[in-house]
Write a protein that binds this ligand. Structure first.
Ligand code: ATP
Length: 220
C-alpha cells in the first residue's frame, strides 16, 4: 500500500469558494504533498444552513475537483454514523490509511476555537494539523491552545511528510477574505450569482451549478 502523504480539508462547502481552495492548495504545495481531499461534513439539523440538500454540497465539491490534478472528493464523513465529530472521522481515515501521513487542514479561525471541539486533544493521535491563515479579529490564542501549539509545532515540511501524525504546522497561505456565509448572503441579496464581485470567489463550475439550481436565491 502506498504511503503517500494525504492532506484533507473538511468543511461544509456551502458553497466551496476560493478561500477554501487557494490557501489549501498553497499549503500542500509548501509541504510537498500531491493530493488534497475536500471532505464535506454533515451540517447539524439545528443549523440555519441545513436547508440546502447535502447532495448539492457534494455536487459542488465534485465540480471543483473534476479534472483538477491535486483535488479529490473525500466523502468518508458522510458515510459515518452521526454525530460527526472530526476526531471520529480522523479515526476512520487513520484506519483506512494506517501508514500514511495524514494532514488535516484548518483555518486559523478554527484553531482559536479548537478547544471547543470534541476530544480536541486527541486529534494529533490521528493526524498532523496544518493551519492556514485567515482574517480573524483575535490576535492571541488561549493559553491552552498556545501551549498545545508550542508543544507540537514543527516548521519542517519533511517532518510532516515523513511522520504519520502528531505535529502542528503553520503554513504561509494567502489571505482570502471570504466565507460561505458572506457568499450566500450576497447571492440572496443580488438574486443571482452572476455578478463579478460574487463569482470571482467561485470556481466557474460552481458558479454555473449555483445558477443552474438557483441555490441561495430566495424563492418568494
Ligand atoms: P460558513 O461561512 O458557512 O461557516 P466557511 O466559509 O467558514 O463557512 P467552512 O466550510 O465552514 O467555510 O470551512 C471549512 C474550513 O475552511 C475551516 O477550517 C475554515 O477555517 C477554512 N476556511 C474557510 N474559509 C477560509 C478562508 N477564507 N481562508 C482560510 N481558511 C478558510
Amino acid at each position: 500500500m502506498s504511503n503517500t502523504p494525504l492532506a484533507l480539508l473538511g468543511g461544509t462547502f456551502n458553497p466551496p469558494h476560493t478561500g477554501h481552495i487557494e490557501p489549501a492548495l498553497a499549503a500542500v504545495e509548501e509541504l510537498g504533498i500531491a493530493r488534497l481531499g475536500l471532505m464535506p461534513c454533515r451540517i447539524p439539523p439545528h443549523k440555519d444552513t441545513a436547508g440546502i440538500a447535502q447532495q448539492h454540497r457534494i455536487n459542488m465539491v465534485n465540480a471543483v475537483c473534476a479534472g483538477h490534478p491535486t483535488l479529490y472528493p473525500e466523502l468518508i464523513e458522510l458515510s459515518l454514523p452521526p454525530p460527526s465529530y472530526t476526531v471520529n472521522t480522523l479515526r476512520a481515515l487513520r484506519k483506512a490509511h494506517p501508514n500514511n501521513a495524514l494532514c488535516f487542514l484548518i483555518g486559523d479561525d478554527s484553531l482559536y476555537n479548537l478547544s471547543k471541539w470534541y476530544e480536541w486533544e486527541a486529534l494529533l493521535d490521528y493526524c498532523h494539523l496544518i493551519i492556514m491563515r485567515r482574517n480573524v479579529d483575535q490576535d492571541t490564542l488561549s493559553p491552552e491552545i498556545e501551549a498545545f501549539t508550542v508543544q507540537h509545532r514543527t516548521t519542517h515540511p519533511e517532518v510532516i511528510r515523513e511522520t504519520t501524525r502528531g505535529h502542528v504546522y503553520f503554513a504561509s497561505t494567502p489571505l482570502q477574505n471570504i466565507s460561505s456565509t458572506s457568499l450566500r448572503n450576497q447571492i440572496a441579496r443580488a438574486g443571482t450569482v452572476n455578478l463579478p464581485a460574487i463569482s470571482r470567489w467561485l470556481a466557474p463550475s460552481v458558479a454555473d451549478y449555483i445558477e443552474q439550481h438557483q441555490l441561495y436565491v430566495p424563492t418568494t
